[in-house]
Design a protein around this ligand. Structure first.
Ligand SMILES: O=c1ccn([C@@H]2O[C@H](COP(=O)(O)O)[C@@H](O)[C@H]2O)c(=O)[nH]1
Length: 237
């Protein structure tokens, strides 16, 4: 069964450990983002690796190519399965990120998957027009960033599942779509705008779904996780 990636949006090692303890022996795929990483540093990664879970390190690097290259050389040593940059950083920056990741990965370890954020799932076309002064439609922008990401040789993109089908149609080989903004029916959107249910994300061709608050902010996170996992895999009871 495919595992939803759980966004561990906590602010300490203790909170993360307490949360993960509830899952007992379940092998998980978790996402460590800025909130947690900036407060715990690499210690959180060492601990989660020791528990046997997969890690998506979601730091969304966006800087000049040399800085991103050197940062990725460091990230490569941490032992994560996937990490990312912003496609808006440009082709040269993405190529530099990939080079850093490849050069920094210790011999014997697999190079982590590298993906690029297209347009955040909290962004709408109105926001793009008014705040970024982007005249292209949202879908054109996402498709363009996906093409640029593919040209740079990365493994795929972060997008809404709404855009997964068109990205798949316009890319070659195994180009993956990692999709946050997942909301089961009747769950709160919070700040997300381009949301899709787990079932629909599967139908639209998403390769990985990322789910945070619909799991972490419920009274029974394990039940919420297992329900979303079933929905994502098309399992009906
Ligand atoms: O476009 C993006 C890129 C990253 N995220 C991250 O995914 C999770 C989603 O959490 P929810 O609580 O399910 O909304 C969060 O860590 C974001 O930083 C995203 O939402 N959209």
């Amino acid at each position: 069964m495919n595992k939803p990636i759980i966004a561990l949006d906590f602010s300490s090692l203790k909170e993360s450990k307490d949360f993960l303890k509830q899952f007992k022996d379940e092998s998980l795929y978790v996402k460590i983002g800025m909130e947690l990483f900036y407060q715990t540093g690499p210690e959180i990664i060492t601990w989660i690796n020791s528990q046997g879970h997969d890690i998506f390190l979601d730091l969304k690097l966006h800087d000049i190519p040399n800085t991103v290259y050197r940062s990725m050389r460091g990230i490569a040593r941490l032992g994560v399965s996937m990490t990312n940059v912003h496609a808006a950083g440009g082709l040269t920056m993405m190529e530099a990120a990939l080079k850093g990741l490849r050069e920094g990965t210790p011999v014997g370890l697999a190079v982590p998957k590298l993906i690029a954020v297209t347009q955040l799932t909290s962004t709408t076309e109105d926001i793009m027009r008014q705040e970024q002064l982007v005249e292209a439609s949202l879908i054109e922008s996402v498709r363009h960033y996906a093409k640029l990401t593919e040209k740079a040789g990365l493994n795929g993109v972060v997008c809404s599942a709404m855009e997964a089908a068109t990205i798949k149609e316009n890319s070659q080989g195994k180009f993956i779509c990692v999709t946050p903004g997942i909301r089961p029916n009747n769950s709160k959107f919070y700040d997300q705008k381009r949301v899709v249910t787990p079932q629909r994300a599967r139908e639209l061709g998403s390769d990985f779904i990322v789910v945070g608050r619909p799991i972490t902010q419920t009274t029974n996170p394990v039940t919420a996780y297992l329900t979303i996992k079933d929905q994502w895999n098309g399992v009906t009871h």
